[in-house]
Write a protein that binds this ligand. Structure first.
Ligand code: NAD
Length: 295
C-alpha cells in the first residue's frame, strides 16, 4: 500500500484525500489551519500537526496550496519538506503555481534525492472528490511512472506536457483562456439579449457550432444561467491565476492585446467582486455595464 501525504486540505486537497483513500492508499494530511485539520480528522484521516511528522509517514506528497509563495515556503522553509523529507520521495504539486517556482524547488529537491512533478489540475472540488480531474504534468518520465498508481486514482485524464515547469505553463495558459472566454461569453449573451433572442437558445446554437468553448459548454449551463454560482473556485483564485499569466507574459517580454485586456479586467474586478465570490460572477460586469447603457 502506498503511503500518501496531502499538504493543504482545502476545497481541492480534501477531495483528493478522499479519492486517494477510496483508491486504496494509506492517506495522511497536514493543513496550517487547525479547524481544517480537525474537520479531516473527523472524517477519519490521520492528520499531522506539522510537515516533519507527515514526511515520516509518506512516500509521496501531494501539495494543494493557494499560491506559489506558499508552495515555496512549504518546501524550502525551516519546517518544510527539504528539511524533513528523505531520498526517494516524490512531491506532486497540484497547486496552480509559477513555473519558475517549480523549477527552483525541483532543483533543490533533486539535490536531496527527491523528485518533483508539477501537476496542476482542472475539474474543481467535484472532480477532486470523484477522482475525475484532469492533470497537465511537468516532470521526468521516470518520476511520473513511479507515482502513476497514485495519480490514476486522483484523475481521469493526464497529459505529460514536458519537463518540470511545463505543467504550470500549460495550466496558466488554460486559465487565461477560461478567464477570457468568460468575458467574451458574457458579451455574447448581452449581444443575444439586445438582439432579442433568448440567451439560453443562442448558447445551444453556439454549442452546436465552432464558437463553443469549455465556458459555453460547462460554465454557462452549470453555474451561470441558473445563477447557482457554486463552482467551488473563487474570484480570489482566478484573479491569482490571471495575475500569473500577466507575470509570465511580462517576464517573457510579451505584449499581447487580448490577454492584456483580460488581465486588466480581471485585476480591476477586485473593486466590485469580493475575493470569496464564485469566479463565474465575472459575467456580472457585463450585466452592470448593460444597466449603465445610455447614461
Ligand atoms: P483552498 O483555499 O480551499 O485550500 C488551500 C488550503 O491550503 C487551505 O485549507 C489552507 O489552510 C491551506 N494552507 C495554506 N497555507 C498552508 C501552509 N503553509 N501549509 C499547509 N497548508 C496551508 O484552495 P483550493 O480551492 O483547494 O485550491 C488549492 C489550489 O488548487 C490552488 O492553487 C488553486 O488555484 C488550485 N485549483 C483550485 C480549483 C478549484 O476549483 N477550487 C481548481 C483547480 C485548481
Amino acid at each position: 500500500m502506498q503511503n500518501v501525504g496531502v499538504i493543504g486540505l482545502g476545497n481541492m486537497g480534501r477531495g483528493m484525500a478522499n479519492s486517494l483513500r477510496r483508491g486504496g492508499m494509506a492517506v495522511s494530511g497536514y493543513d496550517s489551519l487547525a479547524g481544517t485539520r480537525e474537520r479531516l480528522a473527523g472524517e477519519g484521516f490521520t492528520v499531522h500537526s506539522g510537515i516533519a511528522d507527515l514526511c515520516r509517514a509518506a512516500q509521496v506528497l501531494i501539495l494543494s496550496l493557494p499560491t506559489a509563495a506558499i508552495v515555496e515556503t512549504v518546501i524550502t522553509g525551516p519546517d518544510g519538506i527539504l528539511a524533513h523529507g528523505r531520498a526517494g520521495m516524490i512531491i506532486v504539486d497540484t497547486s496552480t503555481s509559477h513555473p519558475e517556482t517549480s523549477r527552483r524547488v525541483a532543483a533543490l529537491l533533486a539535490a536531496g534525492g527527491m523528485g518533483f512533478i508539477d501537476a496542476p489540475v482542472s475539474g474543481g472540488p467535484k472532480g477532486a472528490m470523484g477522482g475525475t480531474m484532469t492533470m497537465v504534468m511537468g516532470g521526468s518520465p521516470a518520476d511520473i511512472a513511479k507515482v502513476e498508481p497514485v495519480l490514476s486514482v486522483m484523475s481521469a485524464k493526464r497529459v505529460h506536457v514536458g519537463p518540470v515547469g511545463a505543467g504550470h505553463v500549460t495550466k496558466i495558459i488554460n486559465n487565461l483562456l477560461c478567464a477570457a472566454h468568460l468575458l467574451t461569453g458574457a458579451e455574447a449573451m448581452r449581444l443575444a439579449t439586445e438582439a432579442g433572442v433568448e440567451p439560453e437558445r443562442v448558447m445551444e446554437g453556439i454549442n452546436a457550432g465552432s464558437g463553443r468553448s469549455g465556458v459555453t459548454m460547462v460554465n454557462f449551463p452549470t453555474w451561470i444561467f441558473n445563477e447557482a454560482f457554486d463552482s467551488g473556485f473563487t474570484m480570489k483564485l482566478m484573479r491569482k491565476d490571471v495575475a500569473l499569466g500577466a507575470q509570465l507574459m511580462s517576464e517573457l517580454g510579451l505584449s499581447m492585446p487580448m490577454a492584456g485586456q483580460t488581465t486588466r479586467i480581471w485585476a480591476e474586478s477586485l473593486a466590485t467582486l469580493p475575493d470569496e465570490e464564485d469566479f463565474n460572477r465575472i459575467v456580472s460586469l457585463q450585466v452592470a455595464s448593460r444597466k449603465g447603457k445610455g447614461q
